[in-house]
Design a protein around this ligand. Structure first.
Ligand code: ADP
Ligand code: ASP
Ligand code: MG
Length: 419
């Protein structure tokens, strides 16, 4: 496609009311005056997806994922149609399209489907006719023609996938913050906006639950080297944050971001017989149900028994408990406990590869604030702690302060020691 094409995605708050939709339409009219071709991807109006989910869960605790997909896809369709109507009212040739109409094909994993292909034929024809295409984000269709959705925050991924398929110049994620910060600016008033973030660091931040971008959108952008810009839907002319390939001129702080994910839950199976095959018995059925498990802890075995705890996203808790009920009977666990009042606080930084003491500083800071750590996990460039949810704001602010993340770092040269 022409390289004057950009894909812009507007999130839920940005299209949250009819007035906001009108503001977005005005902004698109202005951008068009610079001869830019635009494909717009929209989310459901703020709160709509949660409202629909609540309605389904009032009918039954564990509704079928296929039906949830059809239900939730309606939220994005409403925004797409309303924005298109607003654009047409401004004399702009515009056309709304659902996931099916834009040709976005996915696998069969309902509620968290992966994009397999985008058939851009119709989109290309409409762009040649100089139309703005307004796409309902978050949705596609599987091989059977059933509606699928791409997981919470999935409109980000629709936008990047379309940008790649249509060979756009860049993909802009327009949202209710003006860029990516060192921590969620709503939780940490001291957080600092980052001008540039590498794909690798953004990937880690997204995977740890920084809501600002869905992880798959960053994976896609990285794989196809699509420049990704996070910027405000409301402030005009602002540069926002560019997410791109790492280069030597970038900031190289030891610690670049703090993430707090409250969308977590913990399950514990008590007094599991400590025998070979027990972990497989617990985690295989979860994997078969496409439920991802994050941290796992097995206690020291006492008199042939052990406790097994693991964390997962809160949305999967009810379904996982139904599965664990069957598993507990099979492996003779005495009790199943669950806790949804936890949070995962993580610190990310590529500089951790070469600097020691980050984990120790985290534990010291949490302890100084009397915050108990329930679980810990580390990798090359991150440390995560599970804590009680009520302590999350205190923890995140204390850590942000302890690592002086509000200050712009000096470029640090890489050494060769570890955490
Ligand atoms: P949208 O509806 O536009 O998709 P989201 O709510 O999904 O918006 O994502 C934007 C939100 O992400 C912000 O309002 C902010 O609270 C949150 N957020 C979390 N971590 C960060 C971060 N490091 N930088 C910026 N925003 C963040
Ligand atoms: N509406 C969906 C959600 O709330 C998808 C999105 O907003 O990207 O998760
Ligand atoms: Mg989002």
């Amino acid at each position: 496609m022409t390289n004057s094409l950009i894909v812009q995605k507007y999130g839920g708050t940005s299209v949250g009311t009819v007035e906001r939709i009108e503001q977005v339409a005005d902004r698109i009219v202005k951008t068009r005056k610079t001869n830019t071709n635009i494909v717009v991807v929209v989310s459901a109006m703020a709160g709509e997806t949660d409202k629909l989910l609540k309605m389904a869960r009032n009918l039954t605790k564990n509704p079928a994922r296929r039906e949830i997909d059809l239900l939730l896809s309606s939220g994005e369709r409403i925004s797409a149609a309303l924005l298109t109507i607003a654009l047409q009212a401004r004399g702009i040739p515009a056309l709304s399209m659902t996931g099916r109409q834009i040709g976005l094909q996915t696998d069969n994993t309902h509620t968290r489907a992966r994009i397999t292909n985008i058939d851009t034929k119709r989109a290309k024809i409409m762009l040649k006719k100089n139309h703005v295409i307004v796409v309902a984000g978050f949705q596609g269709i599987n091989a059977e023609g059933d509606v699928t959705t791409l997981g919470r925050g999935g409109s980000d991924t629709s936008a990047v996938a379309l940008a790649v398929a249509l060979r756009a110049k860049q993909c802009e994620i327009c949202t209710d913050v003006d860029g990516v910060y060192t921590a969620d600016p709503r939780m940490v008033p001291q957080a600092r906006r980052l001008d540039v973030v590498s794909y690798d660091e953004m990937l880690e931040m997204a995977s740890l639950g920084a809501k600002v971008l869905q992880i798959r959108c960053v994976e896609f952008a990285h794989k196809y080297k699509m420049p990704l810009i996070v910027k405000s839907s409301f402030k005009e002319g602002d540069r926002g944050t560019l997410i791109c390939e790492e280069d030597s001129n970038m900031e190289q702080p030891v610690v670049s971001g703090i993430i707090c994910d409250k969308n977590q839950a913990k399950i514990t199976l008590k007094e599991v017989p400590d025998q070979p095959g027990i972990a497989a018995n617990i985690f295989e059925p979860l994997a078969s149900a496409s439920i991802s498990v994050d941290m796992i802890i097995q206690n020291i075995s006492e008199q042939g028994h052990t406790d097994m705890s693991f964390t997962l996203t809160r949305e999967d808790l009810v379904e996982a408990l139904v599965i664990m009920d069957k598993v507990a009977k099979k492996i003779h666990a005495t009790q199943i406990l669950s806790d949804a009042k936890i949070a995962k606080v993580s610190i990310v930084g590529a500089g951790m590869r070469s600097h020691s003491g980050v984990a120790a500083q985290i534990f010291k800071t949490l302890s100084a604030n009397k915050i108990n750590i329930l679980m810990i996990s580390t990798s090359e460039i991150k440390v995560s702690c599970i804590i009680e949810q009520k302590n999350s704001k205190l923890a995140v602010n204390a850590l942000h302060d302890a690592f002086k993340m509000q200050d712009k770092p000096k470029n640090t040269k890489k050494k060769t020691t570890k955490k």
